[in-house]
Design a protein around this ligand. Sequence first.
Ligand code: ZN
Length: 388
Amino acid sequence: MIKNHPVLGESTLTEVQHPLLESIGDVSSVLTSLRTERLFLVLDETAYEASGAKDVLEPFLKQKAVERFTDFELNPKLEDVQRGIEVYRGSEPDFVIALGGGTAIDLAKLIGSLAVQPESARDIAIGNASIQFDGKPMLAIPTTAGTGSEATHFAVVYVEGKKYSVAHPSLLPDYAVVDPKLTESLPGRITAATGLDAFCQAIESIWAVAATDESILYATEAARLAFENLVSATNVPTTEARRAMCRASHLAGKAINITKTTAPHALSYALTSRYGVPHGMAVAVTLAPMFAFNASVTDKDCSDPRGALAVRDRIARILDILGTDNVDDACSSISNLLSRVGCPTLEEIDVQGDLMSIVDSVNVQRLANNPRRASREQLLEILQHTGP
Ligand SMILES: [Zn+2]
């Protein structure tokens, strides 16, 4: 069994996950041992059925009082959280289960926590109030190999099209099942988009200002696994490739749980909310030009207090993962990976007339975690240099 190591690196992080469950078949025995009776489920219904989880869980769930929340769209929105909170409060559960991709898991984190706070969900989502009380224990069951949300203490929520991230140690799910079998029925496009998210999260975590020795270990293995297996998992999925992507996704989640993400994520949110580009692809389109940009960091524009040399050490680590010692070749490898899994270029997304407004919508906290400071003009230039 893979041990889910305690989260280190930030003194405020005290929550620790139980050992990772590697089979959906283990869920009933864990829930029985916890004596849970009233369950609140946040379910992506399509994934529940297609992943095979429904067949395994339903016989057990029939013996319990179960409330299901399934009425939500892709990418968590405040309205979905608010509707979920009403259902949650009506059911008084003693345990929360999330099943699906990052949306279902982030929603379950937010509903389970915000339902027990005195402040409104809206105020907490936009950062005007904070989480004070822990929610009920939660189990996350990812059915995509991507966001790693089951391993993080934060959750994304869109409020009027603007992206916010709610962070609190108690949002880290207490239990997680990472079972590659659940991803076997994933269509190629979802495998690609979610796998690209894992790959980008891992690469960004390596160069992040907040990187620690521990996060770099998780992120390095995640990036290597994703780089070597994503094309196969997308185009000719084998059991091994699926398994490797599940591990990559979970480790990338553990890495960003410590570091959070950087510039490619900061630039991605407008592409998702305005153009409907899947999150992982929206992030991936700026990864190669941002890699080239960060590789040229100097002490003058370095935002990592450890200095440019320390950042370039981590850039060298990424070059090693990509199997080269040359930044141009590394950028070509990244672009090649993107095109082989069907990720569109910015040109294909057709945002050329809107680049400045994408720069203006950038998430400043994520940008501050990028190892090289970037001006608006430099970000614009990076957006202009995405492409094959
Ligand atoms: Zn992401």
